[in-house]
Structures are given as C-alpha cells and as structure tokens.
Design a binder for this molecule. Structure first.
Ligand code: HEM
Length: 158
C-alpha cells in the first residue's frame, strides 16, 4: 500500500500487519499485568480493545482503513474522556509501549518516527491531573495535588 504521493507507506516500511500484530501484542501483555491500567479497561477480555488499537495504528500509518469503517472517526481524546488519564496512567502506558517498540528491533529512523508519535499522542491524551485512586500512586500522595475547590482554612480579606 502506498501513500497518496506514491511513496511507500510507513505501514509497509515496517513490515505491515505482522509488525503491528507483534507491537500491539507485547503492549497488551504489559496492560494485562498493570495494576492501574488493567482496571480501566471495561471489558473482561482485552481482545476487543487490542483489536481496536491494532486497527487504529494500522490505519494511522497508512495501512487498511478498517478502523474507520468499523468505528468511524477516531476522535481519540473524546473516546478517552470516560477514563482518568493522568500523568501516572500516561507514563505507564508509555512504558508498555516502550517495551513493545524495543522488542520490535526497528531501524533507528523508523523507530524514532514511531516513538515520537506515540509519546506526543500519549501526552495529548492526558485529561486529568487528579490521582486515579486505583492502585499505588506513583509518589505516595494520598490527596489531589491541584484541588479545584476553594480553600476554607485561609482567612479571606474583606
Ligand atoms: C495515555 C494513556 C492512555 C490510556 C490510559 C488509555 C486507555 C484506554 C482505555 C481504557 C481504552 C478503552 C478500551 C477499549 O477500547 O474498550 C482506550 C481505547 C483506545 N485507545 Fe487508549 N489510552 C491511552 C493512550 C492512547 C494513545 C496515545 C492512543 C493512540 C496512539 C490510544 C488509542 C486508543 C484507541 C484506538 C482506543 C479504541 C478507541 C475506540 O475505537 O473505541 N490510546 N484507551
């Protein structure tokens, strides 16, 4: 499959479907073991979520457009709105992706391209700075660091 300008797509450069299958497979092995991220996935079986991620990444990088045929426009930030994606969740997500990318042993330029995208996308997906309350908090905090309610313990000037 070629890009619109006739050049070989990233999808084909990395090896097409088998590459993305392996990448997403290693990533979801990590998700399955993660005490913070695993409970965020609504379904008992991670298989369908794995499939959605696979189809999305394949489409994004110039492969088949099955994702949009099945799911419509990706609207990823909107689709993540029901989940508390805080910096801890983002860093855990990225750590599982990092292991998957390392396992893929890609040519450095292609790896840099993929990683740059994944890192930016993960940062863009953060939708809260409140601790999740599920599993251990990374730095041992027990209360939100940025409370959104007014403090009542400080006298106000009239
Ligand atoms: C930053 C941390 C992230 C967390 C904690 C997270 C978590 C989740 C969760 C809990 C779901 C619902 C599972 C399901 O499909 O049923 C989901 C869906 C999805 N996520 Fe993420 N995600 C993160 C970042 C990303 C990023 C960076 C991408 C893309 C590069 C992505 C792509 C997707 C896709 C394609 C779906 C399925 C959307 C759909 O069609 O419904 N996620 N994510």
């Amino acid at each position: 499959m070629s890009d619109q300008d006739g050049s070989v797509s990233f999808y084909d450069q990395v090896g097409g479907h088998p590459f993305f299958e392996r990448l997403v497979g290693v990533f979801y092995e990590g998700i399955a073991e993660d005490p913070v991220l695993r409970p965020m996935y609504p379904e008992e079986d991670l298989g369908p979520a794995r499939e959605r991620m696979l189809l999305f990444l394949e489409q994004y990088w110039g492969g088949p457009t099955t994702y949009s045929e099945r799911r419509g426009h990706p609207r990823l930030r909107m689709r993540h709105a029901p989940f508390a994606v805080n910096p801890d969740a983002r860093d855990r997500w990225l750590a599982h992706m990092r292991r998957a990318v390392d396992a893929a042993e890609m040519p450095p330029l292609l790896e840099a391209t993929l990683w740059d995208y994944l890192e930016r996308a993960a940062y863009a997906m953060v939708n809260t700075f409140e601790p999740s309350g599920i599993g251990p908090v990374a730095d041992g905090r027990t209360a939100p660091s940025m409370t959104m309610t007014a403090r009542t313990d400080v006298p106000t000037k009239e």
